[in-house]
Design a protein around this ligand. Structure first.
Ligand SMILES: [Zn+2]
Length: 394
């Protein structure tokens, strides 16, 4: 088994207006607290190659992922490796708008297209770099519960506080790359924060890198409705405490585990779901979002099942609610996984992925009360469709 790694900074310059994504409109970035990254891990077992890319962004649509795949397709190194590619967003709420919903007002798109077009070739180069320089590795993996850092603001009784972990090591045992996956919105800093930051995953990665002297890649798990940091002041101190604690507990769980070379596998399944949310339709009319519907009003996306030996991760095209995330992990373990996890916002961002029985579209979507997640979801069909897709992969 071989792995490669590369990263690049995505942070936009502040010489032009940068609208921060998440929360409300017209949140302009005033300064940069810490950089936003594209981080890429490539893994190959000799027959299958996989590229895992994590972006410190609110979300990255399928159309943007396809633009990157198109650029990659013309490269000889890429053609030869012929890898599966997963591009996922961490969903930080303190980076530039990459979707369109958070411009200066509710009728103006917040995306700086020039910057978005600038980062795509940089992500391509980073992926190619990770594929070009691969070295022999083994992997250890596990998971650990870290209670008290995250809460569920929608259904307090349903909390997923499990870190899913993998560490790739060289033949001499030294760490090469550590992978962390945790289901919680990167929004410690909350809506008043004018600083660009990767939020707690940034602090998490810094701590892991300090301890292991090797890069760390972070993915967000089933962070939907509404896994959020359990903090009081929404401060950088709290963001650091959360990131540092997760880093230390994760590394402690990995310490001493045997590492071995493993086979990898990635299968995907196309899914379809009807788009019924009136707010999305309004955003299409206002040209805030690209209209992704087919003639029947349906959206096409994909789910995936990734196996790194006994570590099985499903990839889902949005923000899965923890109830579904917990169910999926149980299904994976039943099907033979030793360790299970979810990579959210993978190769798409269709908003919240809710269990059908919990889906209740509010009478007034502008004042949704306890049903905010439904107003940021394409519709009721996406949850069952994602679950059916994963079911067929298993
Ligand atoms: Zn969200």
């Amino acid at each position: 088994m071989k792995i490669g790694y590369a990263q690049t900074v995505l942070t936009p310059a502040l010489d032009r207006p940068v609208f921060l994504a998440g929360f409300g409109n017209n949140r302009r970035a005033e300064n940069i607290h810490d950089d936003l990254f594209a981080r890429v891990l490539s893994i190959s077992d000799g027959s299958t190659t996989l590229v895992l890319c994590a972006l410190d962004l609110i979300g990255f649509f399928q159309v943007d992922v396809q633009a990157i795949l198109k650029m990659l397709a013309s490269d000889q190194v890429f053609k030869q490796a012929n890898p599966h590619v997963v591009i996922a967003s961490t969903h930080t709420h303190h980076g530039p708008d990459t979707m369109g919903l958070w411009g200066p007002d509710q009728k103006t798109r917040g995306v700086d297209e020039e910057w978005l077009n600038l980062i795509k070739p940089r992500i391509v180069t980073t992926i190619l770099t990770a594929l070009a320089d691969m070295r022999t590795a083994r992997v250890r993996f596990t998971s650990v519960h870290v209670p008290g850092v995250a809460k569920n603001a929608r259904n307090p009784e349903i909390v997923d506080d499990e870190l899913t972990l993998a560490q790739f090591v060289a033949e001499d045992g030294n760490p090469l790359v550590t992978l962390f996956d945790f289901p919680c919105h990167p929004e410690v800093l909350w809506d008043h924060n004018p600083s660009i930051t990767a939020d707690y995953p940034g602090f998490l990665r810094a701590e892991v890198e300090k301890i292991t002297a090797a890069p760390c890649i972070f993915f967000s798990g089933a962070l939907g409705g509404m896994m959020t940091p359990d903090v009081r002041d929404h401060s950088f101190d709290e963001s650091q405490v959360m990131g540092t604690r997760l880093a230390q507990e994760g590394l402690r769980a990995l310490a001493g585990l045997a590492a071995e070379p493993v086979m990898i596998q990635y299968q995907t399944k196309i899914i379809k779901a009807r788009l019924t949310n009136i707010l999305y339709k309004l955003a299409f009319i206002r040209k805030l979002l690209p209209d992704i519907r087919d003639k029947a009003g349906r959206v096409t996306s994909q789910v995936g099942l990734l196996r790194i030996g006994g570590l099985w991760l499903v990839t889902v095209p949005g923000e899965m609610l923890p109830k579904l995330g917990l169910a999926v992990k149980q299904d994976l373990l039943k099907a033979g996984a030793q360790v299970a996890g979810v990579i959210g916002l993978a190769n798409d961002e269709l908003g919240y992925i809710l269990p059908a029985e919990d889906f209740k579209y509010p009478w007034n979507p502008f004042n949704p009360g306890n049903h905010y997640e439904e107003t940021n979801s394409i519709g009721k069909e996406i949850g069952p469709s994602v679950m059916a897709g994963i079911g067929s992969l298993l």
